[in-house]
Design a protein around this ligand. Structure first.
Ligand code: UD1
Length: 428
């Protein structure tokens, strides 16, 4: 999993004709990372298939390795060997790159009874606290101390209880679900997050011998067991990667197949895309999509699953920048997730933001310039905008895109997009 230093690489995007062909959608980043953390629960050899080759997975692998887990990769299959004894400490130099590193807390508490985890970095949009993780884990017997940028957690006996989440937090639901697998008695998580990645994690935990039911609904019940075993699993398709290709289709037009994608996991997004002029349907091999008309403006509002994912919002904002009419986009999850808008405005987009809202007046064309990828999805949105722009758009800070996308440029090129990656000589 050695990776080139891609920090100075850039992506050049030029307008292209309609997209055509099919592209394979990889395993979901947001599931793979949690499945990897779940391997901390018990000694043994785990096999996880369909794991994307992305930087966030490499960062999670580093977090687990520093604790003593050995990890090898064969193409998109990860083999994790979790020894009997591990060091339940995740230092800052390993967590700073990855907010999802907090997912080790639940499994470490359940298997070791204690954990020290440096508070992580990752995407930098707004304050992203872990108070709901803490409250939920406290409800089943854990104790927490925060000092010097790290959290020290411990538990004598995990005892199942009723946990009512203030908000259906994805990370909190997962941490509590993982910890509860080895608790005494049953834990009921109410107002649980319902994302497909949570159902995927529950499926993996059940393969390990856990008894989790209701994942994918807002009430999850975990009957604690005394013993878990290693397991094998295939990661669910990445609905946000699929959404990214749908966004590029929206601005370039054409007809594509997203192999392995699951239409049911993108129902509200696909309904919005339909209103905008992008047709989609379930296909035996995944999802079929076509766009043959100019995009139309729509209003969108992000919500927890099954609502419109916040991770899709920058992609939609890029599309709506060139749609016919005025759109209002409302962000309900992350307060400062409009930072990339300044670069879109520099490309000629007419977008005004106020608090949680953006008002977008569609323009005919954007114009290419140099922009930055501020985080994973907004970075991909810059590529989408570049496909809707005259001239050349150069996207810098490509390492953010690499955190969440396996070969975005190669996959887009295979569909006919004029996108290329320029390697930084200094990194070779
Ligand atoms: C996960 C995804 C992220 C996605 C998000 C929402 C991963 C690695 N990341 O992030 O891509 O955008 O779900 O779908 O899976 N919050 C608190 N206290 C907490 C926990 C969360 O206030 O203890 C707030 C957050 O700041 C945010 C909201 O709740 O405003 C939603 O966060 P959450 O669902 O927990 O997202 P993540 O698990 O961090």
């Amino acid at each position: 999993m050695a990776v080139l230093d891609a920090s100075q690489d850039r992506i050049e995007v030029r307008p292209s004709g309609p997209l055509e062909g099919s592209v394979i959608i990889g395993g979901a980043k947001n599931s793979a990372l949690k499945l990897m953390a779940a391997c901390l629960l018990v000694e043994g050899t785990f096999v996880i298939r369909n794991v994307p080759q992305i930087q966030d997975v490499a960062a999670m692998a580093d977090v687990l390795r520093v604790m003593g887990v050995s990890i090898t990769r064969d193409a998109n299959t990860l083999i994790l060997q979790r020894p009997a004894v591990i060091e339940p400490v995740a230092p800052y130099e390993f967590t700073e790159k990855l907010r999802a590193s907090t997912a080790v807390l639940g499994p470490l508490l359940a298997s070791m009874g204690h954990a020290t985890v440096a508070l992580p970095g990752g995407d930098n949009f707004g304050v992203r606290p872990i108070d709901m993780h803490v409250a939920g884990l406290e409800a089943i017997g854990c104790r927490f101390e925060f000092s010097a940028g790290q959290v020290q957690a411990s538990v004598d006996n995990l005892v199942g209880d009723h946990v009512l989440l203030e908000f259906p937090s994805v990370g909190a639901t997962e941490n509590i679900m993982m910890a509860a697998t080895l608790a005494k008695g049953s834990t009921v998580i109410d107002n649980a997050a319902r994302e497909p990645e949570i159902a995927d994690l529950a499926g993996f935990l059940n393969q390990m011998g856990a008894q989790v039911s209701g994942a994918g609904t807002s009430t999850i019940t975990v009957e604690g067991t005394q013993e878990l075993y290693s397991a094998e699993h295939t990661v669910v398709a990445d609905r946000i990667e699929a959404a990214t290709f749908l966004a590029t289709l929206g601005v370039a037009g054409g007809e594509i197949i997203l192999e392995g994608a699951n239409h049911d996991h993108m129902a509200i997004l696909c309904r919005k895309l339909e209103e905008m002029g992008v047709r989609t349907s379930s296909d035996p091999s995944g999802v079929w999509a076509m766009c043959q008309e100019p995009l139309r403006a729509v209003d969108v509002s992000t919500l927890p699953y099954p609502g419109l994912p916040t991770d899709c919002k920058p992609l939609l904002v890029a599309m709506l920048s060139v749609a016919d009419g005025v759109s209002i986009v409302t962000e309900n999850l992350f307060s400062e997730r409009f930072r990339y808008v300044d670069d879109l405005v520099r490309m000629g987009a007419d977008i005004r933001t106020e608090g949680h809202h953006a008002v977008i007046r569609g323009v005919d064309k954007l114009s290419g310039t140099t922009v930055r990828a501020p985080d994973i999805r907004a970075g991909a949105a810059m590529v989408v905008a570049g496909m809707a722009a005259e001239g050349v758009t150069t996207v810098l800070d490509v390492h953010h895109i690499d955190r969440g996308y396996e070969d975005l440029v190669g996959k887009l090129s295979s569909l006919g997009a004029d996108v290329r990656r320029i390697r930084d000589d200094r990194s070779v």
